[in-house]
Design a binder for this molecule. Structure first.
Ligand code: GLU
Length: 298
């Protein structure tokens, strides 16, 4: 059974590009007779706002997306994330990192073997007990990082083909105590039985890290991954107001209808004619990954 999901962070209105990813994730699941979940990724306590949850839910409903069951909220699932961290810790795969953002940026700008640019170079990986104690007493709270050993992980993406990445020692719990996105998304997708991940390709580089976690935690991996490109305006530039709106609100303010928006989003994916007015449900029987793949490569 296919199970897809959409997992927005409630840090603002949904951009049309986010809605397009949600639409494709939903169409793919529904066109295969699968289920579809909505998960609220409200872990970032500094940036998430309660009010954005209802705004985003309304935006998704406006374009005709539905989901099965009540949406889960990551802020209520701390016990699951804590248990996963404990498992990693017992396996010796976690360490405390006391680096500041600035120290990381400075260290990461120097080349470090196989690691990708910007990757954490492992400064705190092998602190002695005495050094660690000194950092602790300095009062700086530590983040927790995994000991990934620059593992090389490849996977097949339905848009990008074979993708390979080197996994750095990424953060699983931030130094403000919040669980990190990569940990929570893996624990949740596995716990919720998600089989298909469709999302923006800004997260393509995170997938090897997530696969590393699935494997170390012994969790079932999704069987299909699709990372969609950023949605651009007809002039090839980042979508903005001058293109008729970058958010639903701007779009509707310019006098257009939700059906017009859906068909324009679908047209950008090769699934509808531009300018036609169609409800999202009419796209289910027409949905084809081949069309989306071709449109994504244009
Ligand atoms: N919450 C993440 C975001 O809004 C997306 C997570 C995912 O789809 O894996 O960028």
């Amino acid at each position: 059974m296919i199970r897809g999901r959409y997992a927005p962070s409630p840090t603002g209105e949904l951009h049309l590009g986010n809605l397009r990813s949600a639409l494709v994730a939903w169409l793919s699941a529904r066109s295969q007779g699968g289920s579809f979940l909505l998960r609220i990724e409200d872990l970032d306590s500094g940036r998430s706002r309660e009010g954005w949850i209802s705004t985003q839910v309304t935006e998704l409903e406006t374009i005709g997306i539905d989901w099965d069951g009540e949406p889960v909220r990551q802020s209520e699932r701390g016990d699951l994330y804590r248990a996963a961290l404990e498992r990693l810790d017992r396996a010796g795969l976690i360490y405390e990192c006391f680096c500041t953002r600035r120290e990381i940026a400075e260290a990461a700008s120097a080349p470090h073997g196989d690691l990708p640019e910007g990757a954490y170079p492992g400064t705190c990986r092998d602190l002695t007990t005495a050094e660690r104690e000194e950092c602790r007493t300095s009062g700086r709270p530590p983040a927790l990082r995994v000991r990934a050993g620059a593992a090389r992980i490849a996977f097949l993406d339905g848009i990008h083909g074979e993708v390979e990445g080197v996994v750095d020692d990424f953060v699983v719990r931030r130094n403000d105590g919040d669980f990190a996105y990569n940990l929570a998304v893996v624990v949740d997708d596995a716990d919720q039985g998600v089989t298909e991940v469709v999302r923006g390709d800004d997260l393509l580089d995170s997938t090897p890290r997530q696969l590393w976690l699935y494997r170390e935690l012994g969790l079932d991996e999704p069987s299909a991954w699709f990372h969609l490109p950023l949605m651009l305006g007809p002039d090839g530039r980042r979508l903005a107001k001058r293109h008729g709106g970058a958010t639903i609100e701007e779009w509707l303010e310019s006098g257009r209808t939700p059906e017009g928006l859906i068909s324009d989003l679908a047209a950008s994916l090769g699934l509808a004619e531009p300018g036609s007015e169609c409800p999202a449900s009419a796209l289910i029987p027409r949905f084809e990954w081949d069309a989306v793949r071709a449109a994504a490569r244009r």
